[in-house]
Design a protein around this ligand. Structure first.
Ligand code: ARG
Length: 604
């Protein structure tokens, strides 16, 4: 049930005839701040009065008189300068509760006109272990896939792995010159990571000076010269790989599964799946043709020995083939767009990538549109950094000793284990029953709580903001956290166990719902707002609209729970009605968390 759409439709009907295009006025609608005044407030009378040269209260009256008379509203009131307060009929809300209890979509209708989305997310450079920098893209992208899919769209989640770039040249060079065979036998992934980190450090001065020649003074000449030689050697290995050198290709094929095994283990732990994993290597054979075509169409041209796409006066150009003949990140992204359009003809392509790549994507979209791929909408779903709690700066990654994602997740799960002991203690004090869990079940609880906490803490941010990675905050039982939600869910399920009630029956044969108490009514209204929350989360790709909704729901639920006895309700009918509200709340929390990629636990 999309309340906003429902109300806007009513308002649009009322406005038809008053104004040529009623839609923008119908859209001036918001949830009421104070339930005393109503459930929603329509604010169009003021703007409309201006347009019509009338007084706002007059216009408001006219709109109210034109609102269809049916069973939707209990009260429509004009307040202040011309606000229209709308209050749903309580019986209508009650009937909706009973209706959405049936079926497993919680009243959410799939899109009438489904769109096709390609979501480009995670995309780690696979030569090194995943680090915390990969967390956000993976979590946000996965949640967007889940949300859009649940809303009825076709979604292709594509992991655009960095599996072909300079980092492999570095591994090839490192393998040939610096490998430790014993270490490689024991743990090839670690050994490759060691070699990678070592070379990263070595080539840093050379890269710095390439970016900004004046930086040369910061380095002793010998060190710089050596650095430049190593960088050149790594590039040479990359070029040989790209040119099809059999030895390098063979090594690449050998390295890839090592690198992937580690990455896949993390995805599994995070519950993240992709529909496609088409890394940069997939596009290599298409790049020459991409460059040829872009040149033929006059989009790319020669510029200082390289082939580049220009973007106007003060903009840097995007190189698609270097003077040495090498293709670039941009070339691959353009090939990828062509491939995606030809294969899926998507309505939208989302790139869930770090904010630092904003300019790159702007160039890629601009070039793609000029090239003729102007049909899909392109969005850079950008996000900020995760900050180290000690330094309050982005987690250091490339300089070794840095937190790998695996270490970070382990830490979160250990922390969750400690929290769980605390949760049990609190619940015991309140008189709740604590189940005996087997070691296997216990481990699952720790994983679900620890990983859930990390995900929720990330998703509940405005994605453009940086945030501090604080395990204490993430697992707090007081605040808006996954731990809080998971606990609310379990306690809710406990009511059914305690009352010896089968929740299934409330889904197949929902009883009539009674909303006599204000807190019951408020909970029902909040439950009905679920679809609005999901829709608002996909307008601009912001899963924090879902977490904000869940937090409001949890608050409505605890208000209800404090004031309305459930198992000890005054009458059997009231008990049944309240149990249905409990079950709907639990299911909505569960579904909401699931759409964020977070597990709920039935017993903990
Ligand atoms: N591998 C890239 C990086 O780590 C991210 C890839 C993003 N996707 C894309 N189509 N460029 O920076």
């Amino acid at each position: 049930m999309n309340l906003i759409t429902l109300l806007q439709d009513r308002l649009r009907l009322a406005l038809t005839g008053l104004v040529d295009d009623p839609s923008p006025y119908a859209a001036m609608l918001k949830a009421a701040n104070d339930p005393k005044h109503g459930d929603y407030q329509a604010n169009c009378a003021m703007s409309l009065a201006k347009a019509l040269g009338k007084k706002p209260p007059e216009v408001a009256k006219e709109i109210v008189a034109r609102l269809p008379q049916d069973d939707l509203f209990e009260k429509v009131e004009i307040a202040g300068p011309g606000f229209i307060n709308l209050r749903f009929r309580t019986e209508w809300l009650a009937a909706q509760m009973q209706a959405i209890a049936l079926g497993d979509r919680l009243g959410i209708t799939p899109a009438v006109k489904p769109k096709t989305y390609v979501i480009d997310f995670s995309g780690p450079n696979v030569a090194k272990p995943l680090h915390v920098g990969h967390l956000r893209s993976t979590i946000i992208g996965d949640s967007l896939c889940r949300l859009l899919r649940f809303l009825g769209h076709k979604v292709i989640g594509d992991n655009h792995l960095g599996d072909w770039g300079l980092q492999f040249g570095m591994l090839l060079h490192g393998y040939k010159h610096h490998r430790d065979d014993a270490a490689l036998q024991g743990d090839p992934v670690r050994e490759l990571a060691r070699v990678y980190v070592m070379l990263r450090k070595k080539i840093k001065p050379a890269e710095d000076v390439e970016d900004e020649p004046a930086n040369a003074k910061n380095y002793p000449p010998d060190e710089l010269a050596e650095s430049q030689a190593v960088l050149a050697a790594c590039r040479q290995e990359t070029s040989k790989l790209h040119a099809g050198d059999p030895e390098n290709l063979k090594l690449w094929k050998q390295f890839m599964p090592w690198a992937m095994a580690e990455i896949e283990a993390i995805y599994k732990r995070l519950d993240v799946k992709f529909d496609e994993t088409l890394g940069e290597s997939h596009y290599h054979s298409m790049l020459a043709d991409v460059v040829r075509d872009l040149r033929a169409k006059g989009i790319a041209q020669e510029s200082r020995g390289a082939i580049a796409i220009l973007f106007g006066e003060n903009q840097p150009a995007a190189i698609i083939q270097s003077s040495h003949g090498a293709y670039t990140y941009t070339t691959t992204d353009l090939a990828t767009i062509r491939y995606r359009v030809e294969r899926w003809n998507p309505d939208e392509i989302l790139y869930v990538v770090d904010f630092r790549q904003a300019l790159h994507f702007q160039h890629v979209y601009d070039a793609a549109r000029r090239w003729g791929y102007d049909q899909p909408k392109y969005h850079h779903v950008s996000f900020g950094s995760v900050l180290d709690p000690k330094s309050r700066k982005p987690f250091k990654t490339s300089e070794g000793g840095a937190a790998t994602l695996e270490e970070l997740l382990n830490e979160a799960v250990q922390h969750a284990a400690k929290m769980y002991v605390q949760i049990c203690e609190e619940r015991r004090q309140r008189g709740d029953e604590i189940p005996e869990l087997s070691p296997g079940e216990l481990k699952q609880v720790h994983e679900a709580v620890g990983i859930g906490a990390v995900k929720y803490a990330d998703l509940c941010q405005n994605r453009e903001s940086d945030y501090v990675f604080s395990l204490e905050k993430m697992t707090s039982l007081e605040g808006n956290t996954a731990t809080y939600m998971q606990n609310a869910y379990v306690r809710n399920r406990g009511i059914f166990r305690k009352g010896d009630e089968n929740s299934e029956l409330y889904r197949t044969h929902p009883p009539p719902v009674l909303l006599g108490q204000p807190k019951e009514r408020a909970l029902a209204l909040q439950l009905l707002r679920f679809e609005d929350a999901l829709q608002s989360a996909v307008v601009d790709y912001r899963p924090n609209n879902v977490t904000a909704y869940l937090w409001d729901l949890a608050k409505s639920y605890s208000g209800f729970y404090e004031e309305c006895p459930v198992l000890k309700a005054e009458t059997p009918a009231l008990r049944q009605s309240r149990l249905l509200l409990c079950d709907l709340t639990a299911r909505t929390i569960q579904k909401g968390l699931e759409l964020l990629g977070i597990r709920t636990i039935e017993r903990m």
